[in-house]
Write a protein that binds this ligand. Structure first.
Ligand code: ADP
Ligand code: MG
Length: 371
């Protein structure tokens, strides 16, 4: 027998004491049962102060909603881990950025409580911010020389520096087109960096979705025609107005339609519908493309994420991230579902609040107060 062998209880205490990340265990009533020294360091609370208290009360940021877990447990069994980033309010009132992983404690299909581990990510966040500033400065600096090169190329192409042969015109056309693309990438990239930093500013006005979309379709239909595709619009004439940033919502719809055109087969149909669902307007873009594979679904709105099959199609993976940022800045939601077999295709939906009298006037009041 190994004389160094530890008893089970002793081993448990050792692990909790020396666990290199914050650890909280709660019972099924969401009452704290265990709180290790790393958790004390991150939150500023002593173990004695939190033991026996409700987790929500002491640490509102920690995801300890066992009612949801109970419901999910009944249907999904053991698949309910949560990995999230959030903040914890330190005892001194400061918000501390943390990354958690939480899981229910289950025995014989019965929920006994939950365990959450978390670690502080302040340094990572600062580094991320630093990297973001550097990258955006770099992208910004690229814009100047690119604009000059683009302008000069255009002058060359227009024959302003002497006559050109057909071959030279052909080459210059391709270069101008490619430079245009780089310019668009840089702009989208800077947009996403700004939006991620929460710097999106909305310039809202009362808009009619019918004309907002019709206006935009003029551009998109040229692309659709090249693939012999038809875009159908199904929007009631009497759809209530929305109070939105028109350019940005047009950008959302453009990005969704652009994807549908890119990823759907030639000759297929895209439908865009809008309807009144009470508080909000629900809009949908439906296509007959490949849809989104299950493994891609959780990441599809992340910046730079592209599914495998997209390699043969041009893109940067930024379009949907922009869609999400713009819709959320309007207090709306955006999501995607696949059509049910035997049909194929993706259905992207988003909501935007209706232009209620109050949200229109609220904005006016706020701007009036600022004067
Ligand atoms: N309508 C769609 N049908 C199938 N896949 C899509 C569709 N829209 C988006 N995707 C997938 O989501 C990814 C991210 O889209 P997006 O952010 O617009 O980037 P991009 O179009 O530049 O690749 C795409 O690369 C593609 O894999
Ligand atoms: Mg796209």
């Amino acid at each position: 027998m190994n004389q160094h062998k530890l008893e089970k209880d002793e081993l448990f205490d050792l692990i909790v004491l020396n666990f290199p990340v914050g650890l909280i265990i709660i019972d099924r009533e969401e009452v704290i049962l265990e709180f290790n020294p790393a958790a004390e360091r991150i939150t500023g609370y002593k173990k004695e102060e939190v033991m026996g208290r409700n987790c929500h009360e002491v640490l509102p940021g920690i995801p300890c909603h066992l009612k949801d877990a109970q419901k999910k447990l009944a249907t999904e069994k053991d698949k309910i881990f949560i990995h999230i980033e959030g903040t914890i309010t330190h005892k001194n009132g400061h918000e501390i950025p943390v990354r958690y992983t939480a899981a229910p404690l289950v025995k014989d299909s019965e929920l006994k409580g939950a365990i959450a581990i978390f670690r502080e990510v302040t340094k990572e966040k600062q580094l991320e911010q630093h990297r973001r500033v550097l990258i955006s400065m770099f992208a910004h600096d690229l814009k100047g020389p690119l604009a000059i090169a683009g302008g000069l190329l255009l002058r060359l192409r227009q024959g302003k520096a002497g006559p050109l042969t057909d071959k030279q015109v052909q080459y210059l056309d391709t270069i101008v087109k490619e430079i245009g693309k780089v310019d668009r990438y840089i702009k989208s990239f800077l947009d996403i960096v700004r939006m991620e930093a929460g710097q999106i500013s909305l310039s809202k006005e009362l808009c009619d979705m019918n004309s907002l979309i019709s206006e935009l379709l003029k551009d998109v239909e040229i692309k659709a025609k090249q693939k012999k595709m038809v875009i159908r619009m199904d929007i009631p004439e009497d759809l209530p107005l929305v109070y939105v940033d028109k350019d940005k919502i047009q950008r959302v719809i453009y990005n969704l339609l652009d994807n549908s055109i890119k990823y759907s087969p030639e000759g297929s149909e895209i439908t865009i519908t809008c309807k009144d669902i009470g508080d909000s307007i629900l809009c949908r873009v439906e296509d007959s493309g490949p849809g989104i594979a299950d493994e891609d679904l959780p990441y599809i709105f992340d910046p730079f994420y592209r599914a495998n099959y997209s390699d043969s199609v041009e893109g940067t993976g930024i379009g949907l991230a922009i869609v999400k940022t713009i819709i959320e800045a309007h207090d709306g939601k955006v999501w995607v579902k696949n059509k049910r077999p035997p049909e194929h295709g993706a259905i992207f939906s988003f909501t935007i609040p209706k232009a209620g009298q109050d949200n229109f006037f609220k904005k006016e009041l706020i701007s009036a107060k600022k004067l």
